[in-house]
Design a protein around this ligand. Sequence first.
Ligand code: 5AD
Ligand code: SF4
Length: 443
Amino acid sequence: MQKYFIVTYGCQMNVHESEKLAGMLVNIGYSEAKCAEEADVVLFNTCCIRDTAEKRAYGNIGALKSLKKQKPDLVIAVVGCMTQQKGGAAALSAKFPFVDIILGTHNIDELPVILQEKRAKKRVISINDDPSPAINDEIPIHRTSGTNAWINIMYGCNNFCTYCIVPYVRGRERSRKMEEILADVKQVLSEGYKEITLLGQNVDSYGSDLKDGTSFALLLKEISLIEGKFRVRFMTSHPKDFSKDVVDVIARSSNICHNIHLPIQSGSNDVLKKMNRKYTAEQYLEIVRYIKEKMPDVGITSDIMIGFPGETEKDFEETCEIVKQVRFSNAFTFVYSPRNGTPAAKMEQISPDVKKSRITRLVKLQNSITKELSKEYLGKEFEILVEDVNPKYEGTVCGRTDSGRLVTVKGDQSLIGSFQRVLITESKSASLFGNLIQTKEEK
Ligand code: 5AD
Ligand code: SF4
């Protein structure tokens, strides 16, 4: 039997896309290899959102040159965002002559045919430049993410934030039909998944391209009406589109998690304007106020970027100020890196030393907030969905609260996939520790 090995870079959307790549390979008789050395096909599912992800992929692809020399029949494929950038496929092709297949983001469904025909051809480069290709809902999915099932609700992005490459490599917003999504939700629940994460670059504008009145609030409402004990999460939201209707639906439903990922990027109105984010710090704070009013137990997480071109010390201080006001339960903090072809790449850049100092200060600030918020969990009871064993501590498992905080408790594999009530007894920075107070699964 032929074997595949997939290396994934970047966000959850790529993780899910790798499940689709795997699904197509399993469908034509492949099984998963434990490592590249044991595989007949190695796929690199790349990301180009930041310099770091791109560099890692370049390094790892380059490292396969010697394996290819030893095993000339090995098929090496590069897929994902790096291939879809302007000039990306040509650059990859020139740098890695030993790569057999380069496939764009809009036509991954060609993979099985290309692989089956491969032996007749020398090298296949296939990129579809149409920014609005039709959605293929038929791609099989080989799920690998434990108790959670990812479901795409839309593809692409229309926002063109000036720092971001995503709209160029993922095309325009295309929403899946609501019936298809609801059918997928029911399907994964019938397969035993207990958590569903809805995916899109900008989930709040879900449905606007369908022009039939469909909205994200409506989709969430329909999902929340489905029977059974399960949880729903979603990402990513955009503050300019995040509606109070969505907050109301979440607050009223029992299965949509009180956990909202709402990237702020910056707390400075000048920087937000240059980023083309289309909201102000004050508007962001108003959304947060409304969310917290309706859901006092909410966990709000964010993406925060420092070092955008022209960011002054005052701009940076404004970012720190809003971080202190909102008190994010956690945040992904990024150093801006110029992306070729985006407007911000042509703006005047700020020095690496300034970026380094700012990211260090921001991370320290956010860590102290996360630590303080962790203490607020002490002595309280929560429900967690047990996701996995915690390999750091023998004889323990871990799972998330509704608000998205990871809790470790004593227990074994048999608990995975069950909902458990826990009492929080200890907190260490972002991690919480507790005791099970009820071991029976709640149905
Ligand atoms: N440099 C650094 N971070 C970036 N992001 C997007 N583009 C860039 C870039 N050029 C971050 C944003 C976004 C997250 C997914 O990645 O914060 O929300
Ligand atoms: Fe990039 Fe902005 Fe679209 Fe998010 S909303 S994917 S940051 S362009």
